[in-house]
Design a protein around this ligand. Structure first.
Ligand code: BTN
Length: 265
């Protein structure tokens, strides 16, 4: 069903992978997760994987190209006791799980561009779409949707995004076993998520700093219709980015899209 693998080959941890849903094709694994996330019989850690998505979604309503047989598209349902305003830490956790697993599994230098992008040689190889359902201060569930370009040929991409996008196959010139890579990511996410639940955010932040390509760079960020420029200074322990503006003032952002302008060094 999934190359030469079936559902029994997929990682099952104490939390992540308690339940696995493996689909040939769906609109979007995040849509499936949104439908089932509130149900009592959906345990935390449920993973929905699809071989193909017909309406894969990226951030800001963008389309996520999701052809069959080549890439990874999956969503993990989490139900942490966090306040909704603190969920940026979950994005950091997912980004670290993805980037570090790519490094360990392929030896390629994957990096994290705050908050949700995974890059290799400055080109996007993966993205994370975190969606949440909450009521007041209570989080019902968080969907962590992860898309990774694994064995996709770059000529399958629209021309306008081709210069900024890559796949593991294009970078390593070898076909990657999707199931093994998925298992490496889920296993890593399990370890990191448990650390977050145990209150150890610092180890996660240190690991994020090791893997990121944002801190120390000149960046611009658009929040609604305001554009701020400055130097990415650090992330705080909620996963928010601190930007030092030219005036010296520090602004903290928890969402938005940054553009990396240059190194400060
Ligand atoms: C982005 O970089 O904008 C985020 C892309 C996230 C894509 C993944 S693929 C699995 C899950 N299902 C979706 O429709 N989107 C996410």
């Amino acid at each position: 069903m999934f190359d030469n693998h079936d559902i029994d080959d997929i990682f099952r941890g104490e939390i992540i992978g308690r339940e696995i849903i493996l689909l040939d094709s769906t609109s979007s694994t995040n849509d499936v997760a949104n439908e089932i996330g509130s149900k009592e019989k959906t345990p935390e850690g449920t993973v929905i994987i699809a071989d193909e998505q017909k309406s894969g979604r990226g951030r800001f309503g963008r389309n996520w190209i999701s052809p069959p047989g080549v890439n990874l598209y999956f969503t993990v349902i989490l139900k942490p006791t966090l306040f909704p305003e603190n969920i940026s830490i979950i994005t950091l956790a997912a980004a670290v799980a993805v980037a570090s697993s790519i490094r360990e599994y392929t030896g390629l230098g994957a990096e994290i561009k705050w908050p949700n992008d995974i890059l290799i040689h400055g080109r996007k190889i993966g993205g994370i779409l975190v969606e949440m359902k909450s009521m007041g201060k209570h989080i019902d569930f968080i969907n962590v949707g992860i898309g990774l370009n694994v064995n996709m040929q770059l000529d399958a991409l629209p021309e306008d995004i081709r210069p900024f996008t890559t796949s593991l196959q294009a970078e390593s010139k070898t076909d990657i076993d999707r199931c093994s890579l998925l298992n490496a990511i889920l296993n890593k996410l399990e370890q990191i998520y448990k650390m977050v639940l145990n209150g150890d955010k610092q180890t996660l932040i240190n690991e994020w700093i090791r893997l990121n390509c944002t801190i120390g760079k000149k960046v611009s960020v658009q929040i609604s219709n305001r554009i701020m420029r400055g130097v990415a200074d650090s992330v705080n322990d909620n996963g928010e980015l601190r930007i030092r503006l030219e005036s010296g003032k520090i602004e903290t952002v928890n969402s938005g899209e940054i553009k990396i302008l240059a190194d400060t060094k």
